[in-house]
Design a protein around this ligand. Structure first.
Ligand code: NAG
Ligand code: NAG
Ligand code: NAG
Ligand code: NAG
Ligand code: NAG
Length: 522
């Protein structure tokens, strides 16, 4: 037989399709953790992958992860006719005509610690790790946050232009070894892996000590007034240096957690701001400096602190300094303390300040003093907390959700201030492997299926009055699909129906599970 390129190609494609290689998920290589949910192990020859499959007309695709050990368990089924008496105790009705906020994306943070841990893996594992988060067969993150200079997740505290002191011109500003060794290589790998542009949020924890009233990294502090413009220029210089390295920043925030320099309980790099001083600095220094530069399109996000600080550090600030609001594109909020803060504070931002958005810019588990186990392998409770928080935030108009460190070591570090915490990926370089925690899959149920440009739509839960709610959120995606995410946080299986147009999906939600269901647009 003569070699015929065309039939060879056809043959190859059908062989690949027949073998299922075009859309083969690679299941979690589960490792049991006593009394807990399993973790998924990636080593030099294997790492799990998940492919998002577009539902065909008349059917839906559902993905479930559970405490019991399911990880993106995928199944396709036919949509059914809606029965008049219903099939289920609980049903959800999707209303695509009622639309809310547009989604920007999901991601995690490239800290020095993340970069150090990543670089300590083999190159194969480095690729697997970035692909797991940002690849098309991973959970398709499309955002990241990175510190400007140091933060606690590093081996030491530092800032740019520490010397000479009192250098208002920042004549000696240069990036740190950590930028070249860890952060920039990791960011560039992420940019090369993601098939959508990665939006980068950059944040200063502390400027050089000489700009601060206490001349120290931690403790009660504020910015010396004579350095207000210098601190604005410090941000500009960072944007220039990163751009020179091929890294374009999408947004900066106005300093990480300013409350830490006012109520100095946290023992790591901080800069305190009163609402009044912050408003003054944004209006007269940071805002004009950025908007008058080639970086005028870089977004400026205020607050970058806990949700409960909104009424004072944001509302009071912009009341006193309306000009500051003109320079701000939105508000960044952190996760710690969400349980004690009403989520309607989030919706008030776009309501009171039209055109301003809310981004959840940092979250992690294991950070509280009572979390004695900082890295808790396989603990589903932590996935559960993430899921509840993300669904709540999204239902209160948040446009994106950023996790903290992309990966940490088994202690939850490195962290120079011993502020160890958990991460969705924990590295074990000594075993030539890393593991994915339940939190990784919790995040993936959103990030993979709710791409940038998705719009939240209304979904109504109908249930018997005494039945516990199943947390829910729904979107229409730019891929012409509806995505519904359901969280069964209880320890009993639940049979539900999800109604989309004239049809419905009937499905079981396992105990303590999250399910993402994708429907074709009708
Ligand atoms: C890597 O993981 C795969 C899947 O669990 C396993 O079959 C293989 O033996 C592992 N390789 C090593 C070197 O541990
Ligand atoms: C400039 O900064 C470097 C560290 O980046 C430092 O070693 C050097 O002493 C500084 N130069 C001056 C003149 O302070
Ligand atoms: C920087 O300014 C502070 C406060 O004015 C002063 O105490 C310090 O000596 C100055 N440092 C240098 C190197 O001039
Ligand atoms: C830009 O700079 C010029 C000159 O310093 C100033 O007059 C103007 O107000 C600035 N524009 C903005 C948007 O701040
Ligand atoms: C890298 O991993 C090795 C174990 O293989 C460990 O001993 C070392 O501390 C790690 N290095 C860093 C910088 O974390």
């Amino acid at each position: 037989m003569k070699f015929d390129a065309r039939s060879f190609v056809v043959f190859s494609i059908s062989a690949v399709m027949f073998l299922g290689l075009t859309s083969a998920d690679k299941p979690c290589a589960a490792r049991a953790i006593k009394g807990r949910s399993p973790v998924c192990v990636c080593n030099d020859t294997y790492c799990d992958e998940i492919i998002r499959e577009k539902p065909v007309s008349g059917s839906y695709v559902a993905y479930t992860s559970s405490e019991g050990g399911l990880r993106f368990h995928k199944r396709t089924a036919k949509l059914e006719e809606i029965l008049s008496n219903g099939c289920c105790h609980t049903n959800f009705v999707v209303d695509p005509d009622t639309k809310y906020q547009t989604i920007e994306g999901f991601g995690g943070a490239v800290t020095d610690a993340a970069g150090i841990n990543w670089k300590n893996l083999s190159t194969t594992l480095q690729d697997y790790l970035i692909n797991s988060y940002y690849g098309d067969t991973g959970i398709q993150y499309n955002m990241l946050r990175t510190p400007i200079g140091g933060c606690d997740f590093s081996t030491h505290a530092y800032a740019y232009n520490e010397l000479p002191e009192n250098d208002t011109k920042l004549a000696n500003f240069s990036l740190a070894p950590e930028d070249f060794d860890y952060k920039i290589p990791m960011i560039k790998k992420i940019m090369a892996t993601s098939s959508t542009p990665v939006e980068i949020v950059a944040t200063t924890w502390s400027p050089p000590k000489w700009m601060k009233t206490n001349n120290a990294w931690i403790g009660f502090s504020s910015l010396k007034t004579e350095y207000y413009q210098t601190y604005a220029d410090y941000h500009m210089k960072f944007l220039q240096e990163y751009e020179a390295q091929g890294v374009k920043v999408w947004a900066i925030t106005t300093t990480n957690e300013p409350i830490n320099g006012v109520v100095p309980l946290a023992r790591f790099n901080s800069l305190g701001w009163s609402p009044n001083h912050m408003g003054d600095w944004i209006s007269n220094n940071l805002g004009p400096t950025i908007r008058n530069s080639t970086f005028k399109n870089v977004k400026i996000l205020g607050l970058d602190d806990q949700r409960y600080t909104i009424p004072i550090w944001f509302d009071v600030m912009v009341n006193r300094h309306p000009k500051a609001l003109e320079y701000l594109d939105g508000v960044a909020v952190h996760y710690y303390g969400d349980i004690i803060t009403p989520p309607w504070l989030l919706s008030q931002i776009p309501e009171k300040y039209p055109g301003k958005f809310v981004l959840a810019s940092e979250a992690c588990e294991g950070s509280y003093p009572w979390d004695t186990e900082k890295v808790a392998l396989g603990l589903w409770n932590r996935a559960n907390n993430y899921i509840s928080d993300i669904i709540t935030d999204l239902n209160y108009d948040v446009v994106g959700w950023l996790d903290w460190n992309l990966c940490l070591d088994k202690r939850g570090g490195p962290n120079w201030a011993s502020n160890f915490v958990d991460s969705p990926i924990i590295v074990f370089p000594e075993n030539r492997e890393f593991i994915k925690q339940p939190m990784f899959y919790a995040l993936g149920h959103f990030s993979k299926f709710v791409p940038r440009g998705s719009v939240r739509i209304k979904v109504t839960e109908n249930k018997p009055i005494l039945r516990h709610t199943i947390e829910n959120v729904a979107f229409v995606t730019p891929d012409d699909t509806y995505v519904v995410i359901l969280h069964n946080s209880r320890s009993k299986i639940r049979h539900v129906a999800v109604r989309v147009g004239k049809e419905q999906a009937n499905l079981d939600l396992p105990a303590r599970s999250i399910t993402t269901i994708e429907f074709p647009k009708y």
